[in-house]
Write a protein that binds this ligand. Structure first.
Ligand SMILES: C[S@@+](CC[C@H](N)C(=O)[O-])C[C@H]1O[C@@H](n2cnc3c(N)ncnc32)[C@H](O)[C@@H]1O
Length: 835
């Protein structure tokens, strides 16, 4: 019952947006044609098949040697075929086990029986490297799914369970990075570039694993993404998880706030706000950065046309900045996974190498070759080249003066910097001028060996590259990093924005700024749009922060005015709107920070809270104080009250204390919603329990709760409203009529449970209802009712079969016993006679 019940809010618009956002482009190409997609000329002259070829792509990757020459044909052939579907069962869904058995015992067998003779189509199978048979691969196209009756049933199953939130469709390789993060229940996890949220969902599932009914894990996830629209997809996606342990933020990852409270904060005690954490640091960081995405060519074949080597070059610096910020927010001893869905070494090994160089021994690249042994992957490269404007470059030394702003030293295996000579440097000792643009000065810190074919001396083979033809998947790159000690303090020279930069950083920054002006032909879509902000991004993300205090680690650049922050925190904690001179400066900041998002206000209206507690008889063991928030400044008009876990509460309090640095777009589990009766009467409590919040609060409710027999429970789901006198169990009908007007909870009591109250656990099924004058009405979305009905029928059928079997076994046992007794009797009789 812990986390996801898989029953979230699903508005039509969100659903549409969600579908559009995840559209498979193969499908779009076909649907654009009016008839047969192969008939390209007559019916629809504008229709063009995707050109699944790109000469620049071939040349680039052949040269980089990401696969052996003899594998090339297979590699590209597989890249040109559509990607098989994959999906994951939500492990925190209460129907997880039912769904897995349905796949294993029903669909896997029936689909196999149907398709083995033709031999063309591979039946569905669990992904061998994913734990507990929770992730599945299916090779059926949408067309195939519709053509055949068995497949159609499977298709409907996928659609419904995905909608409900019991399964998530996700590319197989995209499921890999969270598995290498080694997340525990009590971890604080930052997902830096999280939208549309499939990996966030996985992270939450791991955090919720083995959480007891009615309690919440100690850990939490902050899912961040720069793109607001994509953030909305993420919010929709993770709503299906029904979690109180998630904050969705909308910050630039490379500037993600560290929320560091000043230890000498003079007013901290006065404002009764003493968050147990003084800085936002994470046990785990997922750094799934924006990338050129050529690992998704099978899913997005339009990329074949767009692909060029500049796409990777243009993102390289942003990727470094995001990864560096991730490492600075990571606790010592913590793990960070860097990943991309690109095959390009400039976005992958080059980024990893550069962050290792910058961190100078405080971060190690972890050898994970023994983890997930069944996942086929290849070691990272130690040598590669850079391509720019059709020219191969072996070292930064080869970069022409005019391209040095875009082609950075960190793109090359050695990472060596060559600085252009200044005017004074142009003179030889004898006074002659040097005029060649290629005569560069090598960074004095680097050696002068032959640089033609650079090879990295870092253990980059510990990185992993998944290529499509190894296991019929997309491509992915993953590197696992561990922070061994605080990041080093390098040469302290404040930048324009007050951060500490090394000499090398300064050069990088300058170069990055120029990259903005020339994006190397990258077609900037929304995902890449962030790279437009290179110049903004450089200083803060590149910073290797100075440690002023070992305990507090890296300082936060955004935290500049602590006193004002404290006043603001005080006012907001009390739910007041800041006004007047005292918070003049902060008011402005808030307007900026809250722009585009609703404020996050701790809900402290005692009258409402007490009425809710009294109405539902919520026991004192349930942590209420400080765990409720609203998104509305005006307490009188609060429509929804959200519940937050202790971990989220700690972070929100810290965020208040430091002046709302996090731009929060979603937080908390919708627990209570204002509602008035359809019959026009006012209920004693104007807040009903929402479906999402029910699993968490259920074990703590002592009033307005009834236990129903399976048959009456089914009737409620079937008919949505049942009159008290129509319940099969008349006693239940009577009890229902005596409930107070308003929201109530009906718990399914299975045939084996005879007494009330039953022991509530993760498998308990309960629904919110409305007690009216003459009937009970269900307050559950139609689709959830349908799902529940199907699951109940399936469970009842299984129970019926097993009890039949048990009866048969018992009958057999009795018969056996009788036989044995008979034999024993006759033996005794025989012995007696013989004796
Ligand atoms: C590869 S996608 C992430 C996929 C996601 N991790 C998942 O599993 O669903 C990269 C994301 O980075 C976001 N992004 C781009 N630039 C960013 C930035 N500067 N800061 C934060 N997010 C950024 C994009 O909006 C995009 O959603």
């Amino acid at each position: 019952m812990g986390g996801g019940r898989g029953r979230g809010n699903r508005s039509r618009t969100q659903r549409k947006h969600f579908r559009d956002g995840r559209e498979n482009v193969w499908k779009r190409a076909k649907s654009h044609s009016s008839s047969d997609p192969n008939n390209t000329s007559t019916d629809n002259p504008t229709w063009q098949p995707f050109a699944t070829q790109n000469q620049a792509f071939d040349e680039y990757y052949k040269e980089q040697g990401i696969v052996a020459p003899e594998e090339w044909d297979t590699f590209v052939e597989v890249l040109r075929t559509p990607l098989p579907a994959a999906f994951r069962i939500n492990s925190s869904s209460q129907f997880c086990a039912d769904i897995r058995s349905q796949l294993e015992d029903d669909f896997m067998k029936s689909l196999k029986a149907e398709f083995t003779d033709g031999g063309e189509v591979e039946a569905i199978r669990p992904l061998p490297w994913y734990p507990d048979n929770l992730a599945w691969h299916s090779n059926f196209s949408r067309m195939q799914l519709r053509k055949n009756q068995t497949l159609e049933r499977f298709h409907e199953f996928l659609k419904l369970e995905n909608e409900i939130g019991n399964i998530t469709r996700q590319e197989a390789v995209s499921m890999v990075p969270p598995l290498f993060l080694d997340v525990c229940q009590n971890h604080f996890v930052l997902d830096m570039c999280a939208a549309p949220g499939s990996k966030t969902f996985q992270l939450l599932e791991i955090i919720y694993q083995s959480t007891k009914a009615g309690s919440l894990p100690d850990g939490m996830v902050i899912a961040n993404d720069l793109d607001v629209q994509r953030c909305n997809l993420l919010i929709h996606q993770t709503k299906r998880m029904c979690t109180a342990n998630l904050i969705v933020t909308n910050n630039e990852a490379q500037h993600f706030p560290g929320c560091r409270a000043n230890k000498n904060f003079p007013k901290a005690s006065e404002i009764e706000l003493q968050p147990p954490i003084s800085q936002l640091l994470f046990d785990r960081v997922l750094c799934d950065v924006p990338c050129s995405g050529d690992g998704t060519l099978r899913k997005a074949p339009d990329l074949w046309r767009k692909w060029n080597s500049g796409m990777g070059n243009g993102l390289h610096n942003l990727q470094i900045q995001i990864a560096m910020r991730g490492l600075s927010l990571l606790k010592v001893g913590g793990r960070m996974v860097y990943s991309t869905c690109s095959m390009n070494p400039v976005e992958n090994e080059a980024v990893v190498a550069e962050i290792l160089r910058r961190c100078g021994g405080s971060v190690e690249l972890v050898d994970v070759s023994k983890e997930l042994p069944q996942l086929v992957r290849r070691p990272g490269l130690r040598k590669w080249k850079v391509r720019d404007k059709g020219i191969w470059l072996f070292s930064h030394k080869d970069v022409s003066k005019f391209r040095r702003f875009g082609i950075l030293p960190s793109m090359f295996p050695s990472g060596r910097t060559y600085v252009a000579p200044t005017d004074g440097d142009h003179k030889h000792e004898n006074g002659a001028n040097m005029n060649s643009e290629d005569e560069l000065m090598e960074d004095p810190m680097t050696s002068t060996e032959d640089l033609n074919e650079e090879v990295s001396d870092l253990p980059l083979e510990r990185c992993m590259r998944i290529v499509p033809h190894d296991q019929n998947s997309g491509a992915f790159f993953i590197a696992v990093l561990r922070k061994l000690s605080p990041l080093p303090v390098i040469q302290e020279k404040p930048s324009r924005r007050g951060n500490l930069l090394t000499k090398k950083d300064e050069l990088q920054e300058k170069l990055s700024e120029q990259v903005t002006e020339c994006n190397n032909g990258v077609e900037l879509n929304s995902e890449d749009a962030a790279s437009e902000n290179f110049s903004e991004a450089a200083s803060e993300a590149d910073l290797i922060e100075k440690e002023t205090d070992k305990a507090t680690l890296e300082p936060d650049p955004c935290n500049t005015d602590d006193e004002n922050d404290s006043e603001e925190a005080h006012l907001l904690v009390d739910g007041e709107i800041p006004s007047g001179k005292a918070v003049g400066k902060r008011k402005l900041q808030i307007q900026g920070k809250w722009k585009g998002v609703d404020p996050v206000i701790f809900f402290k209206d005692e009258a409402i809270i007490n009425s809710i507690k009294a109405f539902y008889g919520i026991d004192e063991s349930f942590p209420f104080n400080g765990h409720l928030i609203s998104r509305n400044n005006d307490n009188n008009h609060v429509k929804r009250i959200y519940y937050i876990s202790k971990s989220v509460k700690d972070v929100l309090e810290l965020n208040l204390l430091v002046g709302q640095q996090l731009k929060i777009s979603s937080v908390g589990l919708k627990m209570f919603e204002r509602q008035t009766s359809r019959e026009g009467t006012t209920a004693p409590c104007s807040f009903r329990i929402s479906s999402e919040g029910l699993p968490v609060i259920l074990p703590h409710i002592t009033k307005q709760i009834l236990y129903s027999s399976p048959v009456d429970f089914k009737h409620l789901l079937q008919y949505k409203a049942v009159k008290f006198m129509d319940f099969v169990d008349t006693e239940f009908g009577e009890k229902a009529s005596k409930l107070m007007m308003g929201c109530c909870v009906i718990v399914l009591r299975d045939a084996k449970t005879l007494s009330d109250p039953i022991q509530l656990d993760a498998s308990t099924i309960a629904i919110g209802c409305w007690k009216g004058r003459a009937s009970l009405s269900v307050m559950v979305a139609a689709i959830d009712c349908q799902e529940l009905l199907e699951r109940l029928s399936a469970r009842m059928e299984t129970e019926r079969c097993s009890s039949l079997q048990e009866n048969n076994v018992e009958a057999d046992d009795v018969q056996d016993m009788n036989e044995i007794e008979k034999v024993e009797e006759s033996e005794t009789a025989e012995e007696a006679t013989n004796g």
